[in-house]
Design a protein around this ligand. Structure first.
Ligand code: COA
Ligand code: AMP
Length: 635
């Protein structure tokens, strides 16, 4: 198949194209209306279709005679466990859990929050929700109770499903007390908390609302899949935006199932019964699309990995897993490769494993620097494919569609537009820019199936954030350019979102927290380049008059505050004191200018700046604290 023709068809004849793709999955009621509009005029896919994603992921394969195929491998170096589950085994557990949830009163239209580490029960919980039409919202386990509480109040779950604990390299994290604290902080009260007790020694305080996961599963009958409408929300996934409040991306069911099946075959090029491994977390969109739903719908074996690329126990872990489980295609974030490269620069561990099963390495989640791509390619002789997408899109928007036609890789580029995505580069005034001109990355509506339907409870924010800037187009929040062969290069976010070790975080949210410290008069948090994590946050703080607080003390207190409110995953370690922040004459903080100074990029001082001397002042402070370009570790 030829990429150019296939792509062109998807753009010029979207209804025909996506009607064909809808045939690749099974429906209770096949959609007759392929593309229509909702009451706000936003495109809707397959509105009269009926299906169930849990059926597609499990029951269908069993009915087709593949019940004994391994569906899921749990590989946990932190607990030294490898456990395999067949499709039949997963189906029994999921159907019983779903039956148990029904006995607790859950039904189609309810919401459930899932707050779990990387264990099979997290996937079982997601699938059990999907089985009975309950919309799940998985919250990343690295988020603190305050963040969990914000999400509880927004999506008002009837239950929370959690585990007793997670393991982070060197420590046991007791999840249950965090959930209890979040419930205390939230205004909404879930009816029940289903707790999977891992019996690893964590404190599991008992509350009246607790239900034991094992008792619920074993005491319940299997329940059947409940058909849902294609536009029924399969899940809500919160992601960072440009304010302190996260955005609840709503994913439909029909579009998601079609798009994920399409991605597995046409982008990732995996055949049914091959092994696909996305080394991410169920708390992120990668986990939803390519640890749980995509591979299982495509009848692939998926891997739930509870560990890190390094230190669990060392930087050989990825290669061991590929060799041991005969992984055919893998997905990770470039930061994981950078971490491995740092520990094992000559790839000595790589040589010790038979990686012959691996056909392709996919990379995404953050910008992939050329040095990382080249290091990978020098050590592992399979295509390393960078590709670009977001929580909002739910599946890749720019890639090298390996199942269609493998195009030459251009290091630094994320590839070409994926079928269904009409991508353009716009200037500030909404005119399309020419080759190699950098601007905003936008996508012409309609977006293809499986992309966000709305923001939960916040359609005005959905419109304001994505649709109003360039009418008729979806604004991605990223900057970039196309070259004269239509390869696209992403240059980074153009808003206050940063990407720390592949984790999407909001600097605006961090700013709100830093500003709440009693000694802080004003502050700015910016993302600066980091050799390992891609970006890390830096807080620049002006203290209140007559505050006699030492830098060291303030730094420790601010770091603690951010860890308490957001979680350790925020990775804020650098807090510097400045006399004042650079501002325009109208008082707007010039964050981009500070980023350029810290990263050592060329910049022009904006003509609207209040006082040009501030540039030298910021530079002096960064030098003093060895931050950004002055960070000796980065050189
Ligand atoms: N629960 C609790 N804490 C968590 C957590 C979780 N699920 N995930 C991360 N944290 C904590 C870590 O323990 C660490 O705490 P510390 O500051 O006390 O050490 C902090 O959050 C930062 O974590 P992380 O960003 O993972 O940094 P790290 O130094 O532990 O590991 C890497 C660095 C590069 C190895 C790691 O970030 C990594 O594997 N990145 C790949 C990320 C990825 O796959 N992202 C998915 C996008 S596709
Ligand atoms: P998330 O919603 O957490 O998946 O984060 C999405 C953001 O990550 C995008 O808007 C980009 O800024 C960034 N991103 C994801 N993949 C890539 C990539 N391959 N190259 C550059 N940036 C990326």
């Amino acid at each position: 198949m030829n990429y150019k023709d296939f792509y062109t068809k998807s753009i010029h004849h979207p209804e025909e194209f996506w009607a064909d793709q809808a045939n690749a999955i099974e429906w209770y009621n096949k959609p007759e209306t392929i593309l229509s509009k909702d009451e706000n005029g936003y495109p809707l896919w397959y509105k009269d279709g009926e299906l169930n994603v849990c059926y597609l992921a499990l029951d269908k394969h069993i009915q087709n005679g593949f019940g004994d195929q391994v569906a899921l491998i749990y590989d946990s170096p932190v607990t030294q466990t490898v456990k395999k589950y067949t499709f039949s085994e997963v189906k029994i557990e999921v159907a019983k859990l779903a039956g148990g949830m029904q006995s607790l009163g859950l039904k189609k239209g309810d919401n459930a929050v899932i707050y779990m580490p990387m264990i099979p029960q997290a996937a079982f919980a997601m699938l059990a929700c999907a089985r009975i039409g309950v919309t799940h919202s998985v919250v990343f386990g690295g988020f603190a109770p305050h963040e969990l509480a914000i999400r509880i109040d927004d999506c008002k779950p009837r239950v929370i499903i959690t585990a007793s604990s997670g393991i982070e390299i060197d420590r046991l994290i007791a999840y249950k007390p965090l959930v209890d604290e979040a419930i205390e902080l939230a205004s909404h009260r879930p009816k029940k908390v289903i707790v999977f007790n891992r019996k690893l020694g964590a404190r599991v305080p008992f509350k009246k609302y607790d239900v034991d996961y094992d008792a619920l599963v074993y005491g319940s009958e299997e329940t059947a899949c409940v058909p849902v409408n294609a536009t029924h929300p399969l899940y809500i996934l919160y992601t960072s935006g440009t304010t302190g409040k996260p955005k609840g991306v709503v994913r439909d069911t029909g579009g998601c199932a079609v798009a994920l099946k399409f991605s597995m075959t046409h982008i990732y090029n995996v055949k049914q019964d091959e092994v696909f491994w996305a080394a991410s977390d169920v708390g992120w969109v990668v986990g939803h699309s390519f640890i749980v739903y995509g591979p299982l719908i495509n009848r692939n074996t998926t891997i739930i990995f509870e560990g890190k690329p390094i230190r669990t126990p060392d930087s050989s872990t990825f290669w061991r897993i590929i060799a041991e489980h005969k992984v055919n295609a893998m997905f990770t974030a470039p930061t994981a490769i950078r971490a491995i490269k740092k520990e094992d620069p000559n790839g000595d561990f790589i040589k010790q494993y038979d990686l012959s099963s691996l056909k392709t390495q996919f990379l995404a989640g953050e910008r992939c620097d050329v040095a990382t791509l080249e290091w990978y390619s020098a050590h592992i002789p399979v295509p390393a494919i960078d590709h670009w997408w977001q929580t909002e899109s739910g599946w890749p928007m720019i890639a090298n569609m390996m199942g269609v036609e493998q195009l030459p890789v251009k290091p630094g580029s994320v590839g070409k537009a994926v079928c269904g995505y009409d991508i353009k580069i716009f200037g500030e005034d909404g005119t399309e820019l020419g080759p190699n001109e950098e601007g905003y990355v936008v996508l012409k509506l309609p977006l293809p199936p499986g992309t966000l339907l709305d923001l939960w409870n916040d359609n005005p924010r959905f419109k304001a954030g994505y649709l109003d800037k360039f009418p008729g187009y979806y604004f991605s929040g990223d900057g970039g350019f196309k070259d004269n062969e239509d390869y696209i290069f992403i240059t980074g976010r153009v808003d206050d979102v940063i990407n720390v070790a592949g984790h999407r975080l909001s600097t605006a949210e961090m700013e709100e927290i830093v500003a709440s410290h009693s000694s802080v008069a004003e502050c700015a948090v910016i993302g600066i380049n980091d050799a390992l994590k891609g970006q890390i946050p830096l807080a620049l703080v002006v203290t209140k008059l007559n505050q006699n607080i030492e830098h060291f003390q303030l730094q420790q207190e601010v770091i603690k505050l951010v860890r308490q409110k957001i979680g350790a995953v925020a990775s804020l370690r650098n807090v510097v004191l400045v006399e004042r922040l650079p501002k325009t004459r109208s008082g707007k903080i010039l964050r981009k200018l500070m980023r350029s100074i810290a990263d050592g990029d060329d910049f022009q001082i904006p003509s609207t700046i209040d006082d040009e001397n501030i540039v030298g002042e910021i530079d002096t402070v960064l030098k003093k604290y060895e931050i950004g370009i002055y960070n000796k570790k980065q050189e």
